[in-house]
Design a protein around this ligand. Structure first.
Ligand SMILES: [Zn+2]
Length: 90
């Protein structure tokens, strides 16, 4: 590199002055929860005033899947102590 093209410390710092990352932008949903903009709300499943995600059905499905996994673990004879600890946290 030619000396003429060399960037000094000041020029590097000036360029990097725009590199800082700001925090994630959030908006408040009409249900009161904080959500990401242009995303459906995880709490009530609404987007743009309409219900796009059936939250109740999703929770039921997750519980059903969790139950099935636990029964499979018991049937295979493995200890499910770590698996049982996870739902307790939620
Ligand atoms: Zn919401």
């Amino acid at each position: 590199m030619v000396v003429r093209m060399r960037r000094n410390r000041s020029q590097t710092a000036k360029r990097r002055s725009h590199h800082a990352i700001s925090g994630a932008r959030t908006v408040r949903c009409e249900c009161g929860a904080i959500r990401l903009p242009h995303r459906a709300c995880a709490e009530c499943g609404k987007y743009n005033g309409r219900v796009t995600i059936d939250v109740v059905a999703r929770t039921k499905r997750d519980q059903r899947r969790m139950k099935r996994k636990e029964t499979e673990l018991r049937a295979s004879g493995q200890t499910s102590e770590t698996k049982e600890a996870e739902p307790a946290k939620q």
